[in-house]
Design a protein. Structure first.
Length: 152
């Protein structure tokens, strides 16, 4: 097996019994790092410390993962301009945090006949956004209205 000591220095290829003896002499453990390589790679180290470092690295990777969630904002056909601006601010906060935003306009009853007005309302919402956004999915017809997905 290929052996690495506690300082990270390569010792070379040694028999298993000799590697175990070297680890015992130093009061440390023999840890198999890579079993699939030929010859397998082992390291002389404290197993508790080694395990802690692995967990710490896994936690750091979890923190660095990018959120790819989807947040939704619903507006109505009769939503006032000020209310629309509040929802635009909320959408911008979601975009800053890395989320994608689905803008939905819900049409009820006779409002379903005014599809062109609903499209204009979504367009107005998009024009009120101060940030440059990319349209992930254009305006699409849904059973209850229209929707559009935007991202950063």
């Amino acid at each position: 097996m290929r052996l690495v000591d506690e300082t990270g220095k390569q010792i070379g290829v040694v028999p298993t019994s000799q590697a175990l003896q070297m680890a015992m002499d130093k009061g440390l453990d023999l840890i198999e790092v890579s079993a699939k390589s030929d010859p397998p790679v082992c390291r002389i180290a404290d197993y508790g410390k080694f395990q802690y470092q692995k967990e710490k690295q896994a936690r750091q990777q979890k923190v660095n993962q990018k959120k790819s969630g989807l947040k939704g904002i619903r507006i109505g056909l009769n939503t006032a301009k000020h209310d629309l601006e509040l929802k635009v601010n909320q959408a911008e906060n979601f975009l800053k945090k890395g989320y994608k935003v689905r803008i939905e306009i819900i049409l009820r009853g006779r409002e379903k006949a005014f599809g062109n007005m609903a499209r204009q309302k979504i367009g107005e919402f998009k024009s009120l956004l101060s940030e440059a956004v990319s349209v992930e999915q254009g305006i699409t017809r849904q059973p209850r209205g229209f929707s559009m997905i935007i991202g950063k």
